[in-house]
Design a protein around this ligand. Structure first.
Ligand code: UDX
Length: 435
């Protein structure tokens, strides 16, 4: 079986490599020359655990290839996936679909046989129909079907999420298309993965509903954390106490500085816009968006007050810049709200992140210094702030940290350290939602 994947970004690259691992021949089309050159040379444009070796072995097996020639890529392909970017449009917060529509037109021109055209990018409800219209207008003679197959990949564990998903969602009105996609996902049938077949619009909405629900869950526990802090309760016990109820579930109840990343902020906003346009406002999600923005903005004040009300002239070490661990992705990372506010307030910031520093540099104020490791960032600091919970930070000994620092303030925005051990080491330690 052969497929084409339009777009070698995060979603296209991971999905393409994983389909190849299923034994399918995958041609990935990437328009960005630098990115394409990197992929052809076996270098990954993103950091994702396990991806480089998965790509290498499938390229070596002749199942996975990268190029910029759409005609060659779609030749013989039974399905063509559109996995190009859908950034937030400037001004109105809606998803920018120009790349998706351009890809649809190119694919339509290139195809000379029946194929299922599948949207893999997260696209607003109704986009699949528009893609179908574009294809039909471009090539009235072409025999094709349209399907929506949203991805639920988490950065940092995307390969596992693809190979062992909780479910696969396939939205299409065509039985023929369903059959093609069923064959594509055959290896998942063997591990009894539920496959949810729906209509086109439903599949598109499932993706948004899933992300909005998860964003809401994180926002809920963040508010409970603030309340816990105010009344002297422990948010982790609350998360466990409610999460053991099977209807609630234990996952996604870890408090922090607010959600970020390439999906939650963009998708919640796009859902809100779609709902408003259809006069069916999602007020709950509107509130989630507003509460999360306010939370990210308020984290700097929390740090400033932990430092006694001012950070002017103080040296602050920042550990973790990416929106979450195991990725180099800085998109909508809480650090982008926090670090500039600290600098504006006169702090001298030295930051360290295991993978994200190159990505962070152009986005953070130029005065920020970067250290080679966590202890180097902490050396001589008056205060230390942990923003992203990389595992290597958990292993740092509180005593060594205390010895490296000049001051004794630690603000842990991810609750990675044990408050008792931190206080024993002599820190004035504050975290989120713990007494
Ligand atoms: C998310 C969805 O999980 C995935 O299914 C979808 O396809 C894309 O968006 P991702 O953005 O990679 O994946 O990150 P995720 O692990 O879901 O975390 C999102 C944000 O929520 C991060 O900023 C993370 O720090 C935050 N988060 C998550 C919390 O603050 N607490 C939690 O308990 C979980």
């Amino acid at each position: 079986m052969r497929i084409a994947m339009i777009g070698g970004g995060y979603v296209g690259l991971v999905s393409g490599a994983c389909f190849a691992e299923f034994g399918i021949e995958v041609a990935v089309v990437e328009a960005d020359r630098a990115k394409l050159a990197a992929l052809q040379a076996g270098r990954m444009p993103i950091y994702e655990p396990g991806l480089e070796s998965l790509v290498a072995s499938n390229v070596a097996a002749g199942r996975l290839s990268f190029g910029d020639d759409i005609d060659a890529a779609v030749a013989g392909a039974e399905a063509v996936f559109i996995a190009v970017g859908t950034p937030t449009r400037r001004g109105d917060g809606h998803a920018d679909l120009s790349y998706v529509f351009a890809a649809a037109e190119q694919v339509a021109r290139a195809l000379d046989h029946y194929a299922v055209i599948v949207t893999k990018s997260t696209v607003p409800v109704g986009t699949g129909r528009k893609v179908a219209e574009i294809v039909r207008a471009t090539r009235p003679d072409l025999d094709f079907d349209i399907a929506s197959n949203p991805e639920f990949l988490r950065e940092g564990s995307a390969i596992g999420d693809f190979m062992r998903p909780d479910r696969v969602v396939i939205g299409t009105d065509s039985e023929r298309a369903r059959e093609v996609l069923r064959r594509l996902y055959r290896p998942l049938y063997l591990i009894e993965t539920p496959i949810v077949f729906t209509g086109l619009e439903t599949a598109e909405l499932i993706k948004y509903a899933a992300n909005a629900f998860l964003a809401m869950k994180v926002t809920f526990i963040n508010e409970m954390a603030d309340l816990a802090e105010a009344v002297g309760a422990d948010v982790h016990d609350i998360a466990r106490g409610i999460g053991l109820d099977g209807r609630i579930g234990r996952k996604f109840l870890h408090p922090g500085p607010g959600f970020g990343g390439s999906c939650f902020p963009k998708d919640t906003l796009a859902l809100v816009r779609t709902a408003q346009e259809h006069h069916a406002p999602t007020r709950l999600i509107e509130t989630v968006v507003a509460v999360n923005e306010a939370r990210k903005a308020s984290m700097a004040s929390r740090i400033i007050s932990a430092c006694g009300g001012s950070v002017r002239g103080k040296r602050i070490a920042v550990l973790g810049l990416t929106f979450k661990p195991e990725t180099d992705d800085m998109r909508d990372a809480p650090s982008l709200s926090i670090v500039p506010r600290l600098v504006e307030n006169g702090a001298i910031v030295t930051a360290y992140d295991p993978e994200g520093m190159e990505q962070a540099k152009p986005l953070l104020p130029p005065s920020v210094a970067y250290a080679a490791d966590a202890l180097a960032a902490a050396r001589g600091a008056d205060a230390l702030v942990l923003i992203t919970e990389w595992n290597e930070f958990r292993a740092i000994s509180p005593e060594r940290l205390r010895a490296a620092m000049a001051g004794d303030v630690v603000v842990d925005l991810r609750n990675v350290w044990d408050p008792v051990a931190m206080r024993r080491a002599g820190f004035r330690y504050s975290s989120i939602g713990r007494p």
